[in-house]
Write a protein that binds this ligand. Structure first.
Ligand SMILES: Nc1ncnc2c1ncn2[C@@H]1O[C@H](COP(=O)(O)OP(=O)(O)OP(=O)(O)O)[C@@H](O)[C@H]1O
Length: 653
């Protein structure tokens, strides 16, 4: 069926629409019809490739040029071992994802065919000469190295297929080329290592032609300015100045400080107990893994990376990981595959690249880019400029103000907090002591902002805090979109996840996101492609007192003003490295802004969770008697306890 043009096109194009929904192709900002057309046009070429290269007893296979040393060879593909194979070689410090891993029969000068394993790399563009072609060749050569390690055999050839020109090129690996590539890799690794030890970055290339076209130019120049500082050192003259002239010493010190703190914390986590290995079935285990964590699966012993996935379920004896494709051990035969997988001892560890540190670094650098949004956020969070508020009299026509005054479910503190949010031009800090109705206040703040027509990004560090707020919004009949992986979202909120909605194609997805006034996501979920290019009037962040600054900054970049809700008297952000903690990593943005501008704080002090005697303990120890009971019922509340005849002897009434 796969080799029949019509049915393959039909087969591949039908699930395409639903695939679009799942893959959230909104990110690449392409027209759905164009994408569809590209795919449909590619299918005949791919089928043709498969037809001509597939193994046959009768045909010789196409002739492929493997370069001056090996010349032209006839080749036939006898088996596709894997597609998108994760190849990771800790020995060389390299990893990659191979488009297709093939078993190939190659006819050398004799009449005999030799069986070989080789990588096939697809390129959608043309075969060019110059730099690009060199990069493609180097990529395939490195894949052969990774595959040699993975399949425990020497792999010395590879294939490159250019879809645009329908050309297949053979690549013969020369030892000298590999040595050159490994040396470049080592130079890079050495520079990175030096950076972590001496806090000095490698020099810039100082090549205006190459640098101007480089997509990392912004980030590279910002780091260069922070660590080295000079225009001469950049080798880019005026271009460098135009990219970084907006950065002051305060900015570069901030960037350096947080960059180093993130390094310290990342090092601690990597060296610490983030690695967990389990055997199937598992004995009882202790783990720092959580549902929803991105993980890497590798074999033990050997440390060969097999797959990446997401933890979807955990109990004390079992861990379930959702994988994007079938699990397969390289070198294992089809017949023994199931048994080999079962007998394998597995190592499962957190994929930190997909995790918080990469996002923290990304957020940090975003703050220093030269654009209007970054500039405003920088003024507030780095320069600590005084936050501005409108005077209430400007809002005589604003429906949100009378609504808040008339809302009976709010107490005075909560009302004052929401009015402050409505009048803020930059940001507000809501200090919510325990049980004082932070969540309820956020719900009514959302209602009031919606009356004004504002768009709102709701966020928090944990999925549970985001969903807790959403459940209350739902109870009030407020519509929202929840961005996040289905498995980690509260089941009553799942129908608000885009992947669960009945949408028809990209345009509708884009429209729904565009039109939705309330979008909710965790602080680390902001890298979702669905949020690219989306702007909000306000970002409301819960648990802000427990979230580190570089994590908090991410969601704030999406909005014109922000509301941080938290209580820095409760738990600070969790920081594992003692050195990072001592140097300020556990000081949240909420805490920093509270200390810099107490006038931006609105405190919720009436609590509904503790009777007077219990509250007094919190008051005496932490809150300096600012906490009060929200009602006399709360104040006098008592638990009615009826002692059971066999009840614990230590409880005495
Ligand atoms: N204005 C109010 N009048 C009466 N009860 C209220 C009021 N505001 C909140 N509550 C009640 O107080 C309790 C705590 O509210 P909520 O969960 O919103 O507080 P929180 O500050 O988010 O809690 P936490 O300290 O766990 O973060 C809830 O039972 C809620 O119904």
């Amino acid at each position: 069926m796969i080799l029949n043009d019509k049915s393959t096109t039909k087969h591949l194009s039908c699930p395409f629409l639903s695939m679009l929904k799942l893959l959230k192709l909104v990110v690449i900002a392409v027209d759905e019809n164009d994408t569809h057309k590209t795919l449909i046009e590619a299918i005949p070429k791919l089928l043709n490739w498969i037809r001509s290269f597939q193994y046959s007893e009768v045909s010789e296979g196409p002739s492929i040029d493997f370069g001056s040393e090996d010349g032209v060879k006839k080749i036939k593909v006898s088996e596709v071992l894997d597609i998108e194979e994760m190849a990771w070689a800790p020995k060389y410090g390299l990893k990659g994802m191979i488009d297709a891993s093939l078993r190939v029969n190659v006819k050398f000068n004799t009449s005999k065919y030799n069986e070989m394993i080789m990588p096939l790399e697809f390129k959608t563009g043309k075969a060019t000469n110059g730099q690009t072609s060199m990069e493609h060749n180097a990529q395939v050569m490195l894949y052969t190295l990774l595959m040699s390690e993975r399949y425990s055999q020497h792999i010395g050839h590879g294939l490159l297929y250019y879809l645009h020109t329908d050309q297949t090129q053979g690549i013969t690996v020369r030892r000298s080329d590999l040595v050159g590539l490994i040396m470049r890799r080592n130079e890079l690794a050495n520079d990175l290592l030096k950076t972590t030890i001496t806090q000095q970055l490698p020099p810039m290339l100082q090549s205006p032609n190459m640098c101007r076209a480089c997509r990392h130019l912004n980030v590279c120049t910002i780091y260069h300015k922070a660590y080295v500082g000079t225009t001469e050192g950049s080798g880019l003259g005026g271009v460098f100045d135009s990219l970084v002239s907006h950065l002051t010493n305060v900015h570069t010190n901030f960037l350096q400080k947080w960059d180093q703190l993130i390094d310290l914390e990342a090092k601690e986590v990597e060296d610490g107990d983030a690695l967990n290995s389990y055997n199937f079935p598992m004995k009882k285990f202790e783990s720092s893994l959580r549902n929803g964590d991105y993980v890497i699966l590798s074999t033990e012993p050997g440390g060969i990376l097999i797959a990446t996935g997401v933890v979807v379920d955990m109990s004390c004896s079992r861990i379930s990981v959702s994988l994007s494709k079938r699990l397969r051990l390289p070198g294992s035969s089809r017949t023994s595959q199931a048994q080999d997988l079962h007998q394998q001892l597995w190592r499962i560890h957190k994929d930190e690249l997909m995790g918080s540190f990469a996002i923290m670094r990304f957020n940090l650098i975003q703050l220093f880019l030269q654009n209007e949004q970054s500039s405003h956020l920088r003024k507030m969070t780095v320069d600590l400029e005084v936050p501005r508020f409108d005077s209430g009299c400007q809002f005589s026509q604003d429906p949100a103000i009378p609504y808040i005054w008339s809302e009976k479910n709010l107490n005075d503190d909560q009302r004052r907090a929401i009015l402050k949010i409505l009048t803020a031009k930059d940001y507000v800090l809501i200090l919510g002591m325990p049980g004082t109705g932070k969540t309820s206040t956020m719900v009514y703040a959302v209602k009031a902002l919606l009356m004004r027509g504002s768009s709102i990004l709701l966020t928090s560090y944990t999925n549970s805090a985001v969903d807790n707020l959403l459940l209350k919004l739902k109870a009030q009949g407020i519509d929202f979109i929840r961005i996040g992986r289905y498995e980690v979202v509260h089941e009553e909120v799942r129908e608000n996840c885009l992947s669960m909605m009945d949408t028809h194609g990209l345009e509708e997805i884009k429209q729904r996101i565009e039109q939705s006034k309330v979008v909710a996501v965790t602080c680390l979920g902001i890298t979702s492609p669905l949020l690219s290019n989306k702007r909000f009037d306000v970002c409301i962040m819960d648990e802000a007192g427990q979230t580190t600054s570089p994590v908090s900054l991410g969601p704030l970049t999406f909005a014109s003003k922000f509301v941080l809700v938290g209580d820095h008297y409760q738990l600070p952000p969790l920081v594992q490295s003692a050195e990072a903690r001592e140097n300020g990593m556990a000081v949240s943005l909420f805490c920093r802004l509270s200390e810099a501008h107490p006038q931006a704080i609105c405190a919720l002090q009436s609590q509904y969770r503790m009777c007077a005697a219990i509250m007094e303990l919190s008051n005496a120890l932490i809150y300096g008697h600012r906490l009060r009971c929200g009602s006399s019922q709360v104040e006098k509340a008592k638990i009615k306890y009826t002692a059971l005849p066999s009840g614990p002897t230590w409880i005495k009434l």
